[in-house]
Write a protein that binds this ligand. Sequence first.
Ligand code: ZN
Length: 251
Amino acid sequence: MFAELTAAALDLVLPIACTACVAPGSVLCAQCSTALSGPARRVAPSPPPPGLPPTCAVAAYGGVVREVLLGHKEDGRSGLARPLGDALARAVLATLPGTTPPAVGGRFDAGAYCPSMVLVPIPPSAAARRRRGDDHALRLARRAAWALRGVGWPAYAAAVLHHVRAVADQGELDAVARARNLAGALRMRRTVGSAPASARVIVVDDVLTTGATLAEAARALRAGGWSPTAAAVVAATTLRRGSGPIVTRVD
Ligand SMILES: [Zn+2]
């Protein structure tokens, strides 16, 4: 919370500038926002971790996209949740090929509310929450759900997962070490009941790297009786890191 307040206070004092190119006027300028406007595609790390649901992304991780995601996650620039959440919503829609929104006329009818899509964000570790001051993934999921409701999908974000033990920072770990680091680290909250029978449960995150985090979240949901059908992220890394075979296939 403190970090978010600090960032908000700085936004009041300093002129608003694009997170990526520092052009004045907005938190993300029109030119840089095109980095998030590409078509959503199916992506898969190689090798895929066991249990990873089919996953879609709208961008490759790097350049402007990296700057924007880091600005939102690490610098508390909450205004970026809007363009990032809208991009995430398109990735969610890409996991549903051939389906149409259930609402008549393409508009969300609040009077006939039927939760048909539940977006489950990856929870921050206790250390990350302390460092960042808030839950950036939940903020992103809420904005994506809002955008989905705008195009007729009754959707909401549900922070139903939590960490049951400390995990190491994933940044320096290869695929095998990441999977080991995260195995059994997440669990559904005790207070969460069963998912609505007709709901699609979709795990969402900002970045796909080895897929270990999404796979662990899907495992925890299944262990809690939910059935995640897909996963969606804003960006997928396509880089090799160290000895880890982190290569994302884009269909
Ligand atoms: Zn820019």
